[in-house]
Ligand binder design. Structure first.
Ligand code: ADP
Ligand code: MG
Length: 209
């Protein structure tokens, strides 16, 4: 596959909404262990609102689809995750600009912009047991894959790295967000935001396959 377009973007967001609905209880359970149990509900509500917006005002470009997603998540998702995901999608949208098509380099740059947005907003570093632990390896794997891979290869690399990154949060002690209040007791549990990030990046593969 040479490039991704707005049809892919809308399908990605649709599959993300499906994943948030399907894994709502899983994300709630993860957040129950080290947070306040609302992550699955927050993400499901936010992405259902994204679906409503997408059908109300169909976007003309991938960037427009991601910008609409950013605005919706910022206004509909409470807690830490809303502004963090909102910033991620907004930075990715800005990175894509008004292009109709996304090539491998543009895709990798958009993923790096999303990661940078999360870091700018939440000030977490890799190893702090947050969604940054999914997005950082994802963005790095995407950059590597974009050197000689097509867009599908870039998406697969990002999703696999995010999944491994989410699993790797299990033994970590949280240093940012609500889970950090637990100190050492946060170890032994997967970070909910890293888990939802991996699901969203896996949905991006499904939309291109
Ligand atoms: P809240 O913690 O306000 O209840 P959510 O449960 O929706 O919000 O989201 C929690 C997730 O947000 C965490 O699992 C973590 O991945 C992410 N998170 C929290 N604080 C930060 C931060 N400072 N930087 C990056 N991600 C963070
Ligand atoms: Mg929570």
């Amino acid at each position: 596959m040479a490039a991704l377009d707005v049809t892919w973007a809308v399908k990605w967001l649709t599959l993300s909404a499906q994943a948030m609905a399907e894994h709502r209880s899983y994300l709630i359970e993860l957040d129950r262990a080290i947070g306040d149990s609302d992550h699955g509900e927050n993400m499901d509500r936010g992405f259902q609102a994204v679906l409503d917006k997408l059908s109300e005002s169909p976007p003309g470009t991938p960037g427009a689809a991601l910008k609409l997603t950013a605005m919706t998540l910022m206004s509909k998702v409470g807690g830490a995750a809303g502004p963090l995901y909102g910033t991620a999608f907004l930075r990715a949208a800005t990175s894509l600009g008004e292009s109709a098509e996304i090539d491998p380099a543009a895709l990798a740059n958009a993923l790096a912009a999303a990661r940078d947005g999360i870091v700018a907003r939440g000030k977490a570093e890799p190893g702090d047991k947050t969604m940054v632990d999914a997005w950082t390896p994802a963005a790095e794997a995407a950059q590597k894959a974009a050197v000689d891979g097509d867009v599908l290869a870039v998406l697969v690399a990002a999703a696999e790295a995010a999944e491994a990154g989410a699993v790797a949060t299990d033994p970590l002690v949280a240093r940012k967000g609500r889970a950090s209040y637990l100190g050492e007791r946060s170890a032994g549990h997967r970070d909910p935001g890293a888990a939802s990030s991996a699901l969203i990046l896996r949905a991006a593969v499904g939309a291109a396959a």
